[in-house]
Design a protein around this ligand. Structure first.
Ligand code: UT7
Length: 354
């Protein structure tokens, strides 16, 4: 083990906006069709945040869900890391808002940004803190509301994205290390291929208060990102497996960034992985950016698709450009289920006594 202390994922959670926007709804906005979107991307619907729903609210919902799954006291959390490109405001950070809302009174908290790869970067950062013995329990969240930055008249982009938050709880474990390997990369020379310009301090408003012009929208060279992704995913998975000391054939499930089913299938094929190993919910969530990997994992765990003891390859790619993977063994048990099983067992015992 590279680290002095092991780490394991003990919880996963989700925070989703309530509104579902289908491809048929989008047919009313832009010149597109349900058939085109499904065939080219695999997406049927996505969740879109209302004006009242914010990034911090979704992150807090996902955090509470993951904390309940893990069955921990929020006071145990010593670190909150939030990966997001779409915070409520430049500061306070989303992580600080989550820290206060969940009552993680002993925690350090900060945001980090690596676009859609953010959750993989955030997990790797949390592992460093836990592995070094600095902290024993971390709340790691990926959250984005890209719908606020989409041009809803641009059919090339507006059909792809959805909003949401996914959370993990990572805990120190000196008996078993289940964060087996990681790999992180960036290539800033490709930044222009996927960006949201005019949203930061490079956009001075010349003393006009409030700024008169609206912010920019997400812009993307779809073909270039597609090409980048189908190469970056296999590269990252192979390298993270090598870091973990396992072969790609030892991976039970591929949990990729949910951008496009064609990208996912093509990358899986390049890795020699059959469809039974692919975890995807892109059909009902679209691309939720930093949230997509934990949301896909959360849905698969709830369906019983990912069983205890599975080796999973979490792999992201996106703006920056950034890409990376984490090989994780999943052995966690939903503590809420354990509690309700206990209650029903007790009821059965009581019934048999009477
Ligand atoms: O987190 C990372 C985020 N980004 C990505 O992952 C994006 C990666 N790229 C992709 O997923 C794909 O490139 C897209 C889904 C964006 C596009 O699929 P494509 O197969 O590369 O389509 P295309 O761009 O080659 O466009 C084919 C045709 C074009 O029409 P013409 O020029 O052949 O007449 C487009 O104008 O499809 C047209 N088109 C659409 N038609 C109906 C583009 N968007 C749409 C649309 N509905 N929404």
């Amino acid at each position: 083990m590279k680290f002095a202390h092991g780490a394991r994922l003990i919880g996963v959670g989700a925070g989703l906006p309530s509104a579902v926007v289908t491809n048929f709804d989008l047919e009313k906005l832009v010149d597109t069709s349900d058939e085109w979107i499904k065939t080219r991307t695999g997406i049927s619907e996505r969740r879109i945040a209302s004006d009242e729903e914010t990034t911090s609210q979704l992150a807090i919902a996902a955090a509470k869900d993951a904390i309940a799954f893990a069955g921990i006291d929020p006071n145990e959390i010593e670190l909150v890391v939030v990966a997001t490109s779409t915070p409520d405001n430049l500061y306070p950070s989303t992580a600080c808002m989550v820290q206060a809302a969940v009552g993680a009174k002993r925690a350090a908290a900060f945001d980090m940004e690596a676009a859609c790869t953010g959750i993989v970067y955030a997990l790797a950062v949390a592992q460093q803190f836990i592995g070094s013995g600095t902290f024993k329990c971390a709340l790691v969240i990926g959250v984005d509301i890209h719908s606020r930055f989409l041009n809803w008249a641009d059919r090339n982009t507006c059909i792809l994205f959805g909003d949401g938050a996914g959370a993990f709880i990572l805990q120190a474990d000196d008996k078993e290390n289940e964060m087996l390997g990681t790999y992180l990369r960036a290539d800033g020379s490709g930044g222009h291929l996927l960006h949201i310009p005019n949203t930061g301090s490079a956009y001075p408003h010349a003393g006009v208060v409030p700024p008169q012009a609206t912010h920019g929208f997400l812009e993307m060279n779809g073909k270039a990102i597609y090409e980048f992704a189908v190469n970056a995913v296999p590269e990252a998975v192979r390298a993270a497996c090598s870091d973990a000391g396992i072969g790609v054939e030892d991976v039970d499930f591929l949990i990729p960034h949910q951008a496009n089913m064609r990208i996912i299938k093509s990358a899986a094929e390049r890795l020699g992985m059959g469809p039974e190993k692919i975890i995807s919910n892109v059909n009902e969530m679209g691309n939720t950016s930093a949230a997509s990997i934990p949301l896909a994992m959360w849905a698969a765990i709830r369906k019983g698709q990912i069983s205890e003891g599975s080796t999973c390859a979490l792999v992201g790619f996106g703006g920056g450009l950034t890409w990376g993977a984490a090989i994780v063994k999943w052995t966690a048990v939903d503590q809420r289920k354990t509690a309700s099983d206990q209650i029903s067992t007790n009821k059965k015992v009581e019934a048999s006594k009477s």
